[in-house]
Design a protein around this ligand. Sequence first.
Ligand SMILES: NC(=O)c1ccc[n+]([C@@H]2O[C@H](COP(=O)([O-])OP(=O)(O)OC[C@H]3O[C@@H](n4cnc5c(N)ncnc54)[C@H](O)[C@@H]3O)[C@@H](O)[C@H]2O)c1
Length: 264
Amino acid sequence: MIKTQLFDLTDRVAVVSGGASGMGRSIAIALAEHGADVMIADLNHDGARRTCERIESIGRKGVAIACDVSKPESIVELFALLDREFGRIDFLANVAGEGTTAKPEEMPLHVVMRVFQNLVFGRFVMCQEAGRRMLKQERGSILNIGSLASTTALGRGHVAYSMAMGAVVQLTRELSTEWARRGVRVNAILPAQVLNPGLEARMAADPSLRAKFLSGIPRGRLGEPDDIRGLAVLLASDASSWISGALIPMDGGNLALNAGGTIG
Ligand SMILES: NC(=O)c1ccc[n+]([C@@H]2O[C@H](COP(=O)([O-])OP(=O)(O)OC[C@H]3O[C@@H](n4cnc5c(N)ncnc54)[C@H](O)[C@@H]3O)[C@@H](O)[C@H]2O)c1
């Protein structure tokens, strides 16, 4: 068997927001399995600690911090701790942040602001703090989690979420354009429906929803948090050194399928 260093992350330092559960947790563990030390920032401090325990059990350093990405001061604290604990950052996975649903004609404006605060402002401030450090190092990689809703419409009251996820795409393109020459790559992954407790609850409330989702996914199943592991390790590693500004669907073929198309 040929052993390759292509995806090796030994002694790299990663920050993962939303790492207490779901895709953030899967990313954090995959990075540690490839050699990275990981800082986990999440509203759910106990969950973040549990992810760190798993990281330590792999033999890597894990540090958990309670952080609300919708609050810039909370992000500044997170990076101050990063500086003390690790003194560098090689990879940022910007995963945390939630949307909310309401009919566009009824959605209160403060709710739209909250969604932007979480998904756009939060991701921007994280990128800014990480980017400042990476630019000094002349090296680093940032992953922003977008969504199918970054480029297509979902309906069902997702207007604020879609506006915010659309902005995440432009954030990614702008930062890549400004920073790639200076060694900092910025990419986005756009997932389709990935199982998590919120999605399970929505499918339980509307029994037609699962079939609706599956009708758009040629791969024939919903996503699992672990489906993101390979892409995250790729983007954190030197194997992706010429990939920047990319919007990578992780969707079982969803974006390729026209609404009038027929799954084979
Ligand atoms: N699951 C999907 O179908 C799907 C699809 C496309 C995009 N996304 C996006 O991917 C991201 C992660 O989704 P997931 O399915 O892994 O979710 P999840 O609910 O499993 O995990 C989200 C984590 O983020 C944390 N979090 C939420 N708000 C936070 C905040 N303000 N500050 C810090 N931590 C916060 C939660 O405590 C939780 O640990 C979200 O931004 C979501 O919108 C999800």
